[in-house]
Design a protein. Structure first.
Length: 233
């Protein structure tokens, strides 16, 4: 069965262009021209990936993203946001809500396909082996994309989980923001350091008392330690 993509784009020409190139690459692509139409399409059939424009005529892309990530049935569906230039603040909000990546208009078909393939590869990657930190008080389970702290499940977005897993895979090693972008979103991703900082801040908040394990290395990036105390190095 071909992997399915839902294109949510109100500009018909752009939507058709994306559909043409996706289908030429072997994907099954449907189009929804509004936010409400996208939600209806998702109820009928869950896609493997959603390409979501921010500017839509009824419900905007951010609200659609918020609803998808809030719904248990759709929260694991990866989302690539599509933005016009000058919408960086909206993109950061979308990333906070759980979007996987974003593309800035205008974009080439090659960039679109590369981003879709990168997100799909990450979705299909099956990692195994639990990571235990802080004497077993923090447990990351790659098989379930799950996090437990003091035995309690902590809900993370896919991006937050991948960021935490990447840092936890080499505790004590400093990761630059560029390395984090490449690991979490793909080598060809265009993402500001501000967006990475936003993800880290949200992740620290969800970690609660353990948030200090993610240490800021000034001017470089971040690292994960077994200490609860937040540090800036």
């Amino acid at each position: 069965m071909r992997p399915s993509v839902l294109i949510v784009e109100d500009e018909a020409d752009i939507a058709k262009l994306m559909q043409f190139h996706l289908e030429r690459e072997g994907y099954s692509a449907r189009i929804a021209h509004s936010g409400s139409a996208a939600l209806s399409a998702l109820e009928q059939q869950r896609p493997d990936l959603v390409i979501l424009d921010i500017m839509l005529p009824d419900l905007d892309g951010l609200e659609v993203c918020r609803r998808l990530k809030r719904d248990v049935a759709s929260r694991d569906v990866p989302i690539i946001m599509v933005s016009a230039r000058g919408e960086e603040s909206d993109v950061v909000v979308g990333l906070e809500l759980g979007a996987e990546d974003y593309i800035t208009k205008p974009f080439s078909p090659r960039v679109l396909i590369a981003r879709v393939k990168a997100v799909m590869r990450r979705k299909e990657t099956d990692t195994s082996g639990q990571i235990s930190l802080a004497g077993g008080e923090v447990v990351i389970d790659p098989a379930r994309h799950a996090l437990k702290i003091f035995g309690q499940d902590v809900e993370l977005t896919l991006t937050q989980y991948r960021l935490l897993h990447y840092l936890a895979s080499r505790p004590g090693f400093v990761r630059t923001r560029d390395q984090i972008v490449a690991a979490v979103r793909g080598e060809d991703a265009v993402l500001s350091s501000r967006a990475i900082d936003v993800h880290v801040a949200a992740l620290r908040q969800k970690l609660g008392d353990m948030g200090g394990m993610i240490e800021t290395v000034r001017g470089v990036g971040y690292r994960l330690s077994d200490s609860r105390s937040s540090q800036v190095v």
